[in-house]
Design a binder for this molecule. Structure first.
Ligand SMILES: [Zn+2]
Length: 241
């Protein structure tokens, strides 16, 4: 992808960072510096956001490693400020395999969250979740919250989230693939409308998510239409927040 630079190669897969990511990190540093008025506060903020994106990278590797089990290579993994993308060379043709590839990402968040939860139980150090905000609260507890959020968000059954791919895969076990995509995309857009509606009254952030989901669903539907016209299926997977 243009405007990206390589940050490393793990398990034979190149990981790139989009340059807009630098903007995000600068912004986080600035917000924390303003709040805490110190370099330590700014660095703590940057460290937090980098740890969050480490979880995103691990999530993407979940997809990539499961795809590898089915003999599918991953071209690269790209980190964007809105999340990560594992670009698979192709998707499995078997819907059940596609479902496992889609589930493997969120499964990584389950493992991280579970490990942290066990740690908190053993050390009896879990503080009430209500005391947490994005910028304040115990570091590991915020990472736990982020992983739960990533899990729930990614399992929303709408494209471009993993849940949308799971839904399509389940539909594709009974329907032709293009048709399954159409149905999944329509369900996704229904969810987007619902989010938009709730967002208008409660949280403007949901409006943003609604737009993101709407565009993702429309895109997936048009790719499926195009591909069923020429034969063959899309080659990228996994948008994550
Ligand atoms: Zn994912």
């Amino acid at each position: 992808m243009k405007w990206s630079f390589k940050i490393g190669r793990f398990a034979g897969i190149d990981v790139f960072m989009h340059f807009t990511f630098i903007l995000l990190i600068s912004w986080v540093a600035l917000v924390h510096w303003r709040q805490g008025q110190s370099l330590t506060a700014a660095m703590a903020g940057v460290f937090f956001i980098l740890t969050v994106f480490m979880c995103v990278v691990l999530h993407e590797f979940g997809h990539a490693m499961m795809a590898r089990r089915y003999g599918i290579k991953t071209r690269d993994i790209i980190l964007l400020p809105i999340g990560g993308v594992a670009r698979l060379e192709k998707l499995p043709t078997n819907p059940i395999q596609e479902m496992w590839v889609a589930l493997a990402g969120p499964a990584v968040n389950v493992v991280i969250a579970f490990a942290l939860f066990v740690y908190f139980r053993v050390t009896a150090s879990l503080e009430p979740l209500q005391t947490l905000t994005i910028t304040t609260g115990p570091f590991l507890e915020r990472i736990l919250a982020v992983n739960i959020f990533m899990l729930v968000f990614n399992m929303i059954p709408a494209f471009p989230m993993d849940g949308g791919r799971v839904l399509r895969a389940l539909l594709a076990t009974r329907q032709e693939y293009g048709r399954a995509t159409q149905i999944a995309a329509t369900i996704g857009q229904g969810i987007a409308v619902l989010f938009g509606f709730v967002g208008m009254f409660y949280d403007p952030f949901l409006l943003f998510i609604a737009l993101f989901v709407w565009i993702g669903a429309a895109q997936e539907a048009s790719i499926a239409q195009f591909k069923s016209a020429i034969g063959g299926y899309p080659g990228s997977a996994g948008h994550d927040q």
